[in-house]
Design a protein around this ligand. Sequence first.
Ligand SMILES: *Cc1c(COP(=O)(O)O)cnc(C)c1O
Length: 360
Amino acid sequence: MPKRVLDFRSDTVTRPTPGMRKAMAEAAVGDDVFDEDPSVHALQERVADLLGKEAAVFVPSGSMSNQIGVRVHCDPGDEFICESGCHIYNYEQGAYAQLSGLATRTVDGVCGVLQLEQLTGLIRADNEHLCRTRLVCLENTHNRGAGKIQPYDVVESICDWAHANGLRTHLDGARLFNAVVASGISARDWAQHFDTVSVCFSKGLGAPVGSALAGSKEHIKKARRVRKLFGGGMRQAGIIAAGALYALDHHIERLAEDHANAQKLGDAVGSIPGLKLIGEAVDTNLVIFHVEPKLGTAAEFCEKLKAAGLLMLAIGAQQVRAVTHLDVDEADTARACEILGEVAAAAPGVKVTAGADVHY
Ligand SMILES: *Cc1c(COP(=O)(O)O)cnc(C)c1O
């Protein structure tokens, strides 16, 4: 039998479990564009309840969910404020500009974390030369920030300030449940500071497809229109909604295992000469580390890992990302730590010319 490849590239690589497949196969369905799919309804109600919002809408991807979110709050020519490393700004093709005619104002955070003082001067005056500042977007946990959990009091202070100044707030919570499990702060508590919240089922929760956007009834009514505009109206979507519901029922608490495994990877990285953890600590399930040039580029290092049966992602010239998830367990993690040590210890050999992989 061929040796199993250990895939730590992303928490999106998981396959549905037998229980999840069964739930999907047996899902009651209807036409969701007619708003008649009982499984989609059940999922949307569940998400709204979990996040303490009036309503939610099921969408195909986290990118679409974010783009619907910003569109709900902004008109063409409006501007939103976000952190420079965030997904909405970096990894969605500038869709806010392409699809909605929006401008953005980025602010550099530390591991994705902004401070209120950085934002207070940024609301543009009411003047016909200027964009209108309308929205603040935050990301929790922060992907490029190595799975960093936003400090709760900072989130609260930024959102309170935004609302006091007539701005709306959107949370990219693709990995919000990782923040919930690791911080012990409920999804409702995190979500209460935001007008709209996007969550992904296809990341750590292990469902094959889907995200949801939650907010007020009025915002979600508008979001349904935008979803249709963006081509995200789905028909018997209950099949995939059932996978997402199953994930909410069975895969939230277990994120703690992913966090424990990521911690082990982080510890290993800290003890291997030539590798250095980025960020002060491993908060959740993402580990990003720097590879010293003497071990090759990140792409070369990942090529050597791959030859040893371990997949990680080069996300910069010297930066590698490893993500723990449902399909890698403690033993896989222990083996991954060994391979990392072995490959780092071996003299640089393989020369590959490939550039850094894109990251998602
Ligand atoms: C993955 C991700 C998204 C987008 O999700 P897709 O379903 O891949 O479009 C949005 N935000 C963050 C922080 C992500 O990690």
